[in-house]
Design a protein around this ligand. Structure first.
Ligand SMILES: [Zn+2]
Ligand SMILES: [Zn+2]
Length: 221
């Protein structure tokens, strides 16, 4: 299994699963298949081995001559992060499937390591990540009791999920969250709490949908 600085265990995070299928790019059967998103122009539902992601072959094979395919959106990288780091994350690192547009987190002028989807149960072990999420809610005017109720309802396999990262330099745990709910400002058909969350909470669900470059995108897990 190739090593990924920014995604140490893609099988544990669910971004790769055991599979004997032959890789669409190299033709080899490596025993593991990538399950995360691909933003490119190649064949539908490519079966990718992790070696071809690590080498950049998959990104080249599924992109155009000008624009290699991405496995994660490059948006959101702070300016002090070197371009080479962003390219390693987006083109040579397995991505992951979230409910909305996935984004990588950065810290200490570097990309952080993705540890996987997380619920409240997983987050309680990383209070700094939980506190950061809580500050985001409170800072946008959410009442403390509703904030805590929402955070406690986060579930690794549920309809509102956090995504956990760790800074490779200072060790700080980082997280953001998203939900299965379609972003909506009216929220007419949605539960009141979720509507309030989408309308007032900071988070990816308030971002405009990313323009997708290609049709190839895997379903979530
Ligand atoms: Zn391959
Ligand atoms: Zn750091």
């Amino acid at each position: 299994m190739p090593e990924f600085r920014y995604h140490p265990d893609p099988v544990a995070t669910g971004s790769a699963v055991p599979d004997d299928v032959r890789c669409s790019v190299c033709g080899s059967s490596r025993g593991v298949r990538y399950t995360g998103p691909v933003y490119g122009v190649g064949a539908d539902e490519p079966a990718l081995c992790l070696h071809c992601i690590a080498s950049g072959e998959a990104s080249r094979a599924l992109g155009t001559a000008e624009i290699p395919a991405d496995f994660t959106d490059a948006a959101g990288a702070p300016g002090e992060v070197p371009r080479a780091v962003v390219e390693e994350v987006t083109r040579r690192t397995p991505g992951f499937a979230g409910w909305q547009q996935e984004r990588w987190l950065y810290h200490c002028a570097d990309a952080a390591a993705f540890l996987g989807p997380a619920g409240f149960t997983e987050l309680v072990d990383h209070p700094e990540a939980l506190d950061e999420l809580r500050r985001g809610f409170l800072g946008s005017g959410w009442p403390a009791d509703q904030t805590d109720a929402f955070l406690r309802a986060l579930d690794r396999d549920g309809a509102a999920t956090a995504y956990l990262f760790r800074c490779l330099h200072c060790g700080t745990h980082l997280a953001y969250w998203d939900t299965a709910d379609t972003p909506s400002r009216t929220g007419a058909a949605r539960p009141r709490a979720a509507t309030a969350a989408a309308a007032r909470a900071p988070g990816p669900q308030r971002d405009a949908p990313r323009e997708q470059r290609g049709p190839v995108r895997h379903a979530r897990r």
